[in-house]
Design a protein around this ligand. Structure first.
Ligand code: KG4
Ligand code: ZN
Length: 392
């Protein structure tokens, strides 16, 4: 089955084409085409993602990325042209709120053969609503023009499932995952522990009561004068401090909620603690900034690990998967790999390949395939983007 996938939930515009086979228990994916454009450089000067700009950039870039993806996949040999004229009005209505996309869409669809795809998967949430809508409307228009079924994918499900994939160079496979599976999903907008007792059936075990962990990284980075996105910057600073010394630093930051008997998180107090520290010491040297970054990272990892292991005990999970942008973090990966193998050697740890930690459309295609196997198609008439879409 060939799945075309579209992702526009935040500041990455991505289109992928996957050839998928196998069952829920053992699935294989080959990436035939993959085109992605990051808007990070555009948003950096605003210190974060600016939704209206994200929407504009997605609208501008979706058609060129789709064209590049199809060209790479070499799947344009059905030798049929979409019959656009009878659909022109419906397509215009679908794209009327997407200036910059509609014109490109019509030009593209008229000159492009219908690709050999079986369905179109699109991120319908969570994320920035204006950004999500561009992708959803684009997917609806393609589904109508090419007469293909549509699949709505939850972005966090994409992060979670793609993190289970193993690569042999050309093929990605997801197999031998022992359930229950616990997912620690950590990104700019989310921090949650989700358990999957049966395939694709989720239960929320815990979540942040305030800031997401990625948000805390970004805010602390800004306080230290580092650019957006702050996660990789903090990580570099913290690693520099670790390279100098393995011992305790003079700085002590709190581990919020670590002793509370639940699986919830709170990161705003940690962020505020950094703020107070910086007020007391306004002129931090580079070395002190690196120390603060390290202590912040240590506090985050301690809390994440403590709450995750509590959730492992509660759910009796056999596997643990980390997903979302923050799962790229070197320290979090190291802490989980080292401590889990000592304290919970019976639990299989799945860490996402680096390419799957940042937003991409391959993960949307993978999750989409599982829904296609269940014939879980979306009704184009009612499908909407939902910035707060939940997995459970
Ligand atoms: O999943 P993602 O790309 O977008 C959302 O869905 O939110 O996650 C973005 C978040 C940002 O807050 C960014 O600072 C953080 O992931 N991030 C990191 C690292 N790389 C990205 N945080 C810590 N360490 C990293 N290496
Ligand atoms: Zn994400």
């Amino acid at each position: 089955m060939n799945v075309l996938a579209i992702e526009t939930s935040c500041d990455e515009t991505a289109v992928s084409l996957l050839s998928c086979s196998g069952t829920e228990l053992s699935a294989r994916f080959t990436v035939l085409g993959n085109a992605l454009l990051s808007q990070i450089d555009i948003h950096r000067e605003y210190g974060g993602v600016f939704p209206a700009l994200a929407k504009r950039e997605h609208a501008k870039n979706l058609v060129p990325l789709l064209a590049a993806c199809l060209e790479e996949a070499e799947l344009l040999h059905e030798d049929t042209q979409a019959l656009v004229e009878p659909l022109h009005e419906s397509l215009s209505v679908l794209l009327e709120r997407e200036p910059g996309l509609a014109e490109q869409f019509f030009a593209f669809i008229k000159e492009t053969e219908v690709p050999d795809i079986d369905c179109i998967a699109v991120t319908s949430g969570p994320g920035l609503a204006p950004a999500l809508w561009v992708g959803v409307n684009f997917a609806k228009a393609l589904a109508l023009a090419w007469d293909k079924p549509l699949i709505a994918v939850n972005h966090m499900e994409g992060h979670m499932l793609s993190a289970l994939a193993q690569s042999d160079g050309t093929t990605l496979s997801i197999q031998n995952v022992e359930l229950p599976l616990l997912g620690l999903l950590i990104s700019g907008g989310h921090t949650e522990l989700v358990s999957m007792n049966e395939w694709l059936s989720y239960e929320l075990i815990g979540q942040t009561l305030d800031d997401a962990v990625g948000e805390a990284y970004d805010k602390v980075a800004r306080m230290l004068g580092l650019p957006y996105p702050g996660g990789p910057e903090i990580s570099k600073f913290a690693e520099a401090a670790r390279a100098r010394s393995q011992g305790e630093t003079a700085t002590q930051l709190p581990r919020p909620m670590i002793r509370e008997e639940n699986c919830d998180f709170s990161f705003s107090g940690l962020k505020t603690a950094v703020l107070y520290l910086l007020k007391k010491e306004p002129e931090l040297s580079q070395a002190r900034k690196e120390e603060v970054a390290k202590e912040f990272e240590d506090a985050v990892a301690d809390v994440l690990f403590a709450k995750t292991t509590r959730a492992l005990r509660e759910t009796r999970a056999r596997s643990l998967v980390l997903g979302g942008g923050v799962s790229a973090n070197t320290n979090i990966r190291r802490v989980f790999a080292e401590r889990l193998s000592i304290e919970y050697p019976e639990v299989a740890l799945h860490l996402p390949a680096p390419a799957f930690t940042t937003d991409n459309a391959v993960m949307i295609g993978m999750a989409g395939y599982y829904h296609a196997l269940r014939q879980d198609f979306a009704d184009p008439a009612t499908l909407s983007a939902d910035g707060n879409l939940s997995l459970v």
